[in-house]
Design a protein around this ligand. Structure first.
Ligand code: SAM
Length: 342
């Protein structure tokens, strides 16, 4: 049975609870450290070892990419990070605690107003979160704005991302982002829930509006093989239609999508390749001892059906400078990805 648009929207917002619970479970089992996630969720639910390990891989890989971006763009002044559909993600607080984001930078979190209002309430309730908003900044003031919060280095704002005009207005006028500063957009399991024409407009909007832009996309892929078909069926049973998955059904198709929208350097890797070739060996040894995982074939298939795409367009820079940033941003993998590209 097809859900009404309002029911669909509610179901999409609830995917944030799922994501936060998965992170909480992985952190509670010791897969990685996140001192903040327990402030957003407290549950007795448990996740299978497969999900805990997958959550670790995804959180670690995204954080590595973000830190690489921040490191490689250090000489270029203020950096801007925009987390689309951020939900209860704690990335800002984790980076801020480590002083990886400095007072000149700007971190923007966007989600539906219903979600950002909940996040605002939680941030205000806990000094461990709230104090990081103004730590080492010039002004100590935090204001309430558009269903969220605003201070020198952080904006939390409620918006429906499909409304590109509102998105563009608030980034320019409320967040006062500069069109020329290094800007990183993160979209983790978000654009999949948006119809492809609108999702494409979002990708294109960033490429057209910012001269120095990177995009990180974490999503599902390969919906047509047996594992993918089952995955899609499970998701559709929850009332979602994932139309961009069928429009861009492979790593190659996702890569071409970003190239077509003006990103000059684009790389994409399955989470299988990232887990095998990129994540730190010592850490993997440690987390693989935490829980028994004997469904190794399912683990491999699961990782092959998720990917991380990252790209760069810095057309105001000289080609050699752009290459230098790209080389220090992107992951080098040992094995050949080609077999997964088609
Ligand atoms: C699966 S959750 C992921 C949350 C976070 N990115 C993470 O990885 O933990 C998807 C999030 O995207 C948000 N979202 C989806 N479509 C959106 C839209 N059109 N406008 C604003 N937020 C949206 C949902 O509300 C939800 O918080």
């Amino acid at each position: 049975m097809k859900n009404s648009p309002l029911e669909q929207q509610r179901a999409i917002q609830q995917t944030n609870d799922d994501a936060a619970i998965s992170k909480y479970c992985a952190v509670s089992k010791g897969y990685y450290s996140d001192p903040f996630i327990s402030l957003f969720v407290n549950t007795k639910e448990k996740r299978q070892p497969l999900i805990n390990r997958g959550t670790y891989a995804r959180v670690r890989a995204v954080q590595m990419l973000v830190e690489r971006f921040l490191q490689s763009t250090k000489p270029y002044g203020k950096r801007q990070i925009i987390n689309l559909g951020a939900g209860f993600d704690t990335l800002f607080f984790r980076l801020r605690e480590k002083d990886v984001i400095c007072k000149e930078d700007m971190f923007v979190e966007l989600d539906f107003p219903q979600v950002t209002r909940m996040k605002r309430r939680i941030v205000r309730q806990h000094s461990a979160l709230y104090s990081l908003l103004t730590k080492n900044t010039d002004t100590n003031s935090v204001q309430e704005v558009q269903d969220g919060l605003s201070c020198d280095i952080y904006k939390l704002i409620g918006v429906d991302l499909k409304q590109i005009e509102s998105l563009s207005y608030l980034l320019e006028h409320i967040c006062q982002l500069s069109a020329d500063s290094p800007t990183l957009v993160i979209s983790e399991c978000v654009l999949t829930y948006i119809e492809p024409q609108n999702a494409d407009r979002i990708i294109q909007y960033f490429s057209n509006s910012f001269s120095f832009i990177s995009f990180i996309l974490f999503e599902l892929t390969f919906p047509t093989d047996p594992f993918g078909r089952q995955m899609v069926k499970n998701i559709e049973q929850r009332g979602f239609s994932l139309s961009s998955l069928s429009l861009y059904p492979s790593l190659q198709a996702q890569k071409e999508r970003f190239t077509q929208f003006g990103y000059s350097k684009v790389d994409i890797k399955s989470m299988y390749t990232i887990y095998e070739d990129v994540l730190e060996v010592e850490e993997k040894r440690r987390i693989e001892r935490l829980e028994l995982l004997d469904e190794l074939e399912e683990w491999r298939l699961l990782l092959q059906h998720y990917f991380l795409l990252y790209c760069l367009k810095a057309n105001a820079l000289q080609e050699s400078e752009e290459d230098k940033i790209w080389n220090s941003f992107c992951f080098i993998s040992k094995s050949c990805e080609e077999e997964y590209l088609s």
